[in-house]
Design a protein around this ligand. Structure first.
Ligand code: MG
Length: 392
């Protein structure tokens, strides 16, 4: 079997979903997805000449070829790795379809058929703690057993990084990473409201987007301990593993990070220093299915669970769910498109997420078929639809 073509279509979802289609000389076609980002579709097309003619079953070799041939584009991290991730996922889909096996089988089989999904939630533009609780109850009523909110954005006591003044702000500003007393109280009030709203049956995570100093991240994490969070995500900036580790080891609120790291090398120090309690690789961004499994296996040496960050369309989400099924240390996977009404319509098989879970079946590959009419209707302006160039 030989690869004959690689092409992209960018769908305008709540993020640009970069779909990657790979064709072969035996008529088997694979569909993958890369995380959004400027230049990702262009980089997929740039990789085409180095992989056309390769046997798509040699996935690890093809990835290594791309890493080496695209080193000038920056293949140790960033958009190039993201483009490679989309290609890699399409290759696993091809191999699954060629062998008539689900991707999860190719990774050694499943620990579970039902992949637990958490819903990323937003409570409105100027929410109060009660609005968070209301949204949390609505989403839990749909069957989700885990939810996440942003704790730092739309906080009326924090200045936006753009500097827009808020009438309720104190003298705190965003650049020094400190948390004022009123801001801390507001965040605690939000978490208390959500926890009281959904009760102990629903796991609750909170995201802080790398915002705070070490000391103030610890203040926050300790203040949230009574509410038994699933995790507090990214309370400190990501560059300093020692600082991250200090926060993690100073609180019994589990600290989660990892959505902006790339390849197994990017996670090595984080894992080996046990600087996070939970690790959140973004699979269509950090290197793809096999690389995510390698990170999960490495994390499992330290008994660290994996909770993939995910903002993908159904293609990237369900492909990711297949490898999550094969990770013993999988915890929960993100769904970020709760407010995109047509997310499920992008595939013909029906809603991938039902009652807060993805149920994997025996269909080959990732098992999904793109609804081309829906995809074309939401094609990003200027994108080609699997044409010879990334642009229309
Ligand atoms: Mg996050």
């Amino acid at each position: 079997m030989k690869i004959t073509n690689v092409a992209t279509a960018v769908i305008a979802g709540n993020f640009p979903w970069v779909l990657v289609r790979i064709e072969t000389d035996e008529g088997v076609t694979g569909l993958g997805e890369a995380y959004w980002g400027a230049g990702v579709a262009e980089l997929v097309h740039k990789a085409r000449p180095v992989i056309v003619g390769e046997d798509p079953r040699n996935i690890n070799k093809i990835v290594e070829i791309m890493i080496r041939c695209l080193s000038g584009e920056g293949s140790s991290g960033g958009a190039t790795v993201t483009a490679i991730s989309g290609i890699e996922i399409a290759l696993w889909d091809i191999v699954g379809r060629a062998l008539n096996a689900p991707i999860s089988t190719l990774f050694g089989g499943r620990f579970r058929d039902r992949i637990r999904i958490y819903a990323d939630c937003h409570a409105g533009e100027t929410p109060d703690p009660a609005d968070y609780a209301k949204k949390a109850k609505e989403v839990a009523a749909e069957g989700f057993t885990a939810i996440k909110f942003d704790l730092d954005t739309r906080n009326p006591f924090t200045l936006d990084i753009s500097g827009d003044p808020h009438p309720r702000r104190q003298w705190f500003e965003p650049f020094n990473r400190t948390i004022g007393s009123a801001e801390l109280k507001w965040m605690v009030d939000v978490v208390r409201a959500v926890r009281e709203g959904v009760g102990p049956e629903v796991m609750v995570a909170m995201d802080a987007h790398w915002k705070f100093s070490v000391n103030d991240a610890i203040r926050l994490a300790q203040a949230l301990e009574p509410f038994d969070l699933l995790w507090l995500e990214d309370p400190v900036p990501p560059e300093n593993i020692e600082a991250q580790r200090h926060v993690t080891h100073s609180t019994r609120t589990p600290i989660c990070t990892g959505e902006n790291l790339y390849r197994k090398h990017g996670y090595r120090e984080l894992i080996e220093k046990q600087a996070a309690r939970i690790i959140a690789p973004d699979i269509p961004k950090m290197g793809g299915l096999a690389e995510a499994k390698r990170v999960a296996d490495h994390a499992d040496l330290y008994y660290i669970p994996i909770a993939p960050h995910n903002v993908a369309s159904p293609i990237g989400t369900v492909a990711g769910a297949h490898v999550c099924a094969a990770m013993n240390n999988f915890l929960v996977m993100e769904f970020h498109a709760h407010d995109v009404s047509w997310w499920s319509d992008l595939v013909t098989e029906g809603p991938p997420i039902v009652d807060g879970f993805i149920r994997l079946d025996e269909r080959p590959g990732h098992g999904l078929t793109l609804d081309e009419d829906v995809a074309r209707a939401h094609l990003a302006p200027g994108s080609s639809f699997f044409g010879d160039t990334p642009h229309a």
